[in-house]
Write a protein that binds this ligand. Structure first.
Ligand SMILES: Nc1nc2c(ncn2[C@@H]2O[C@H](COP(=O)(O)OP(=O)(O)O)[C@@H](O)[C@H]2O)c(=O)[nH]1
Ligand SMILES: [Mg+2]
Length: 249
């Protein structure tokens, strides 16, 4: 038996992605309407300096299920995700990138793999980009980072950089927050007792705008973050409360 997902919030962080908004919204609309469940789309504009805010306002006229939040200044992808998830109204969250590289048509397959909660703890479903449509340099950096991370954290995930994920809002909000935490979600969810389910997903070349990440803001901070997450998981514990004592007076 599958876990019943009856409603969903799709959370999309965007930073200077003006030309992606409308095509992505149209694809999301098609994928979500096909599911026949209650849903909302929460776009988080992280202080964009292009016409992203105007494009979101225009899109809202056509898509009543779209909500948009805006940070006063750019705070990073993890901060935007957290704001969107905190504002979301449904218990299950789907995340994906705002540049159209993830394919909304994969969302139903993510939902179809969700297994029942183990000990009351729902799983994390994470996309794995099998044919990644990025530059050779970016793929090489990712391969090195993924190998080191997997060896150290044993998170069983070949591609944590894939933003297409499905998980429980409540568990996400219970995780420790830090900048770039979105790259460590499988390890952090496992630390909370969630099973991690892998699903092969489509990946497409970026059609508009430019990548926001390079070697400097990915590899450098990545090493420090990796050490931090390793420490967090080593020092954490999840006691199971078996019984509660009551006074008999
Ligand atoms: N909110 C927010 N989103 C960001 C930031 N940097 C990147 N993103 C979003 O995160 C996603 C992935 O970024 P992208 O530049 O495509 O990274 P790449 O695919 O690894 O080249 C896109 O939706 C971006 O708009 C940021 O500083 N804040
Ligand atoms: Mg991208």
């Amino acid at each position: 038996m599958r876990e019943a997902i009856t409603s969903l919030s799709v959370v999309v962080p965007v930073f200077n992605e003006a030309d992606s908004i409308e095509p992505l919204m149209a694809e999301l609309h098609e994928a979500m309407e096909g599911l026949g469940m209650e849903y909302e789309m929460v776009f988080v504009d992280d202080g964009s300096t292009d016409s992203t805010p105007q494009r979101l306002s225009q899109a809202k006229e056509r898509h009543p299920r779209l909500r948009s939040l805006r940070h006063g200044a750019c705070c990073g992808q993890s901060a935007a995700l957290r704001s969107g998830i905190a504002a979301a109204t449904h218990p299950w969250i789907v995340t994906l990138d705002g540049d159209g590289q993830n394919d909304p048509a994969d969302i139903p397959r993510l939902i179809a793999t969700v297994t029942p909660a183990i000990n009351g703890i729902p799983p994390l479903v994470t996309g794995v980009r099998r044919k990644r449509q990025d530059s050779l340099f970016k793929r090489l950096c990712s391969r090195i980072a993924n190998t080191v991370r997997r060896a150290l954290l044993r998170d069983g995930t070949p591609d944590t950089g894939c933003s297409l994920k499905l998980f429980s809002r409540e568990i996400f909000l219970s995780l420790p927050y830090f900048d770039h935490m979105h790259r460590f979600l499988p390890a952090l969810f496992k630390g909370q007792g969630s099973a991690v389910i892998l699903v092969d997903v489509n990946h497409r070349p970026r059609q508009t705008g430019i990548s926001k990440y390079g070697l400097g803001n990915r590899l450098g901070t990545g090493i420090i973050d990796l050490a931090g997450v390793w420490w967090l998981l080593k020092r954490g514990s999840r006691p199971v409360v078996e019984s509660e004592e009551h006074d008999n007076d």
